[in-house]
Design a protein around this ligand. Structure first.
Ligand code: GLC
Length: 646
């Protein structure tokens, strides 16, 4: 069978998903027919230029569509410069990642950004070039090939919602080219912007209030995020065509996963928040279909940091089941982890995760995480809070106070982000280790506190490794890097506290944490260490990093060995009857694994009967690989215990 025939089969497979959606979106547009024919040409051209090894990967993934749902998938997320200097620096670091158990790497934004402040690379000036600080497109292609040869997948960001003000399309629009003006949402006066603003929310109320930016001599431009990030008009089919082209071109460079940034904002409708409108899902389904036709090895990760009800459709439900994203961030799991830790109470967590989320998805799963490059917003609704007797506003305020460290007795050291006096919202920045108590314990020379912090960190890692989905480890969290205050010295970063948790990799510490000889972690100190880390008692910090590293490595290794953690197996939240404990069951045809977590620094009891009734039969802890012994019919859970009971 030749290539062309395979293409036709795949086109047939996804025809309705693609053209059905495009009809809904664009049938009334005057260019519709021309657009369809150009899209057809594009798909054929990108397929024709796709390399043979990628085409065999396409076939392999067609035959093994669950490749990304398997329990040996584990991700690692980093800024190329902060981790490895540049793209060429990545391959020498792969032994380190392989040792940790990583099979998926996410390069934080690496396409060419605008000069100056670029929102951490999310203000893209050229989708067809790599940020020159990192290397070239040829370097990217070489790195993806190296990773592929080692069985690792590569994820990169594709910002769909906006381009930089300096992107060629925006330049042409400003120069008066009507074709490109129509790529953006530009208004001659502020009448409509003001009407839209009545129902819009502000993403960066402190740094970039409002959703429109006046561009002298041009008009009012829709800028949901920063003034230099111009929202694209996805109601224009030519925008779809451009982005489909970018998407498939990146896939042809060997990228396995595209992280679609800020997707919720892609469709605007007067009188709404302009988030997660139905058309967003039509667009994403059409893009998905285009990938399935011309680059089927590629999968899509949707970045939608929205409420639970709004999130689920990004993983495909109802008429879109199995047809939208393959992955989406489980923002609620992350928020609930922090909420339960601070309140030492798992009721809200159990309520939200039980009532708001399905147990399993078709052809899709979560990206689970505890920290990422962004802040934490307390996405807890008033309704969910009330269901467990909490006041939503008060609980959100408590979480902000707890994690910025001002709440009496807090173990956390965080920084505020985007305080919004109008809504009372206060988001939080900080590294996993600093928010979990490690920084404070190190500063106080508190050994007991240090152990508790390490336990909280490993609890988080065990949680995201077992919940269902691909666990994503954010660079440095595996060696417990603490907050990096040096961002305040950089004029492009000082206004944005998210840089506090975007440190440089500390390779000296990594090497020590790994307990390896001098060369294993890659050349020492090439990316520079975190200043804060070096200032403190080095012995304590190294030993903490080592415990965390070894713990995370062990968690990933054990996870890979437990077939029940395959994402196709439902996650069923269990009622534990003890507010200290959060538990769920991963129900597989081969039997159940009951995952039990003590979210407090106090011992907790769990009835053996309870575990048996929930499917535990062998009373073997798959995480420590040891039997669990009952005392008086009870399982005794130490502070922050984590058990994967078979
Ligand atoms: C996403 C990114 C965030 C960025 C925003 C705008 O939410 O994660 O870092 O600021 O999109 O591109």
């Amino acid at each position: 069978m030749d290539d062309g025939e395979i293409f036709e089969f795949r086109l047939e497979r996804s025809r309705e998903d693609l053209f059905g959606m495009l009809r809904r979106l664009y049938a009334d547009h005057p260019d519709y027919e021309v657009f369809l024919s150009e899209l057809d040409t594009l798909l054929r051209e990108r397929w024709a230029e796709r390399a043979d090894d990628l085409k065999s990967l396409d076939l392999r993934r067609d035959l093994e569509p669950d490749w990304f749902q398997r329990p040996d998938m584990a991700g690692y997320v980093f800024y190329i410069d902060r981790f490895a200097g540049n793209l060429k620096g990545v391959p020498p670091k792969l032994d380190y990642l392989a040792d940790l158990g990583i099979t998926y790497v996410h390069f934080m934004p690496c396409l060419k950004p605008r000069p100056g402040d670029n929102d951490g690379g999310y203000s893209v000036a050229d989708y067809r070039a790599i940020d020159p600080r990192y290397g070239t497109m040829a370097d990217l292609e070489a790195v993806t090939a190296t990773l592929r040869s080692r069985g690792m997948s590569v994820c990169i960001d594709l910002v769909l919602n906006h381009t930089a003000r300096e992107h060629e399309w925006a330049e042409k629009a400003r120069a008066g080219d009507p074709r490109y003006r129509n790529y953006y949402l530009v208004f001659d006066d502020d009448v409509l912007p003001k009407r839209y603003e009545e129902t819009l929310v502000e993403v960066f109320p402190e740094n970039a209030p409002g959703n429109f930016t006046y561009e002298p001599g041009f008009g009012w431009v829709w800028t949901t995020f920063n003034p230099h990030q111009w929202d694209l008009d996805w109601a224009n089919p030519w925008v779809f065509l451009e982005m489909a082209d970018v998407m498939l071109s990146l896939a042809n460079k060997g990228v396995d996963i595209l992280r679609f940034d800020a997707v919720a904002f892609m469709w605007k409708r007067m009188g709404t928040r302009c988030q997660s409108e139905p058309e967003v899902h039509w667009i994403l389904r059409a893009l998905r279909a285009a990938s399935r036709i011309a680059a089927p090895a590629l999968i899509h990760l949707e970045e939608a940091i929205v409420s639970p009800d709004e999130l689920i459709p990004y993983l495909g439900v109802g008429e879109h089941e199995g047809k939208v994203g393959n992955l989406a961030y489980h923002n609620s799991l992350m928020v609930q982890y922090w909420s339960a830790l601070a309140s030492r109470d798992t009721r809200l967590m159990a309520h939200v995760l039980h009532n708001r989320f399905p147990r399993v998805f078709a052809n899709a799963t979560y990206a689970t995480y505890i920290r990422c490059h962004d802040d934490i917003g307390w996405a807890v609704t008033d309704e969910d809070a009330a269901a467990v007797g909490l006041n939503g506003f008060a609980h959100r305020a408590f979480l902000s106070d707890f994690y910025d460290g001002s709440f009496p007795g807090s173990f956390s050291r965080g920084a505020l982000f985007q305080v919004n006096p109008a809504t009372g919202d206060k988001r939080i920045s900080g590294t996993f280790a600093s928010l979990a108590g490690l920084q404070k314990a190190l500063d106080d020379g508190d050994e007991e506190g240090l152990e508790r912090a390490i336990d909280r960190i490993l609890l988080g890692h065990a949680l995201i490794a077992s919940f269902g989905g691909i666990p994503l480890i954010y660079m440095g969290d595996e060696i417990a890097l603490t907050n990096d205050e040096t961002y305040l010295d950089d004029p492009d970063h000082a206004h944005d506290s998210r840089w506090i948790h975007r440190p440089r990799m500390d390779w000296d510490l990594a090497r020590l944490a790994q307990g390896a000889g001098p060369q294993r972690a890659g050349a020492a100190s090439d990316a520079g260490g975190s200043r804060a880390q070096a200032a403190r008692a080095p012995g304590a910090s190294v030993s903490a990093s080592k415990k965390v590293y070894m713990g995370v490595r062990d968690i990933l290794k054990r996870r890979a060995a437990v077939s029940e953690f395959h994402a196709k197996n439902p996650t069923i939240i269990a009622e534990t009857g003890n507010t200290q404990i959060f538990a769920f069951v991963r129900e597989a045809p081969t039997g159940a694994i009951v995952c039990i977590y003590n979210f407090t620094e106090r011992w907790a009891d769990m009835a053996g009967d309870w575990a048996a009734a929930n499917g535990a039969s062998a009373f073997h802890d798959e995480l420590s690989d040891r039997p669990v012994v009952l005392h008086d019919g009870k399982i005794a859970l130490p502070p922050y215990a984590r058990l994967w009971l078979r």
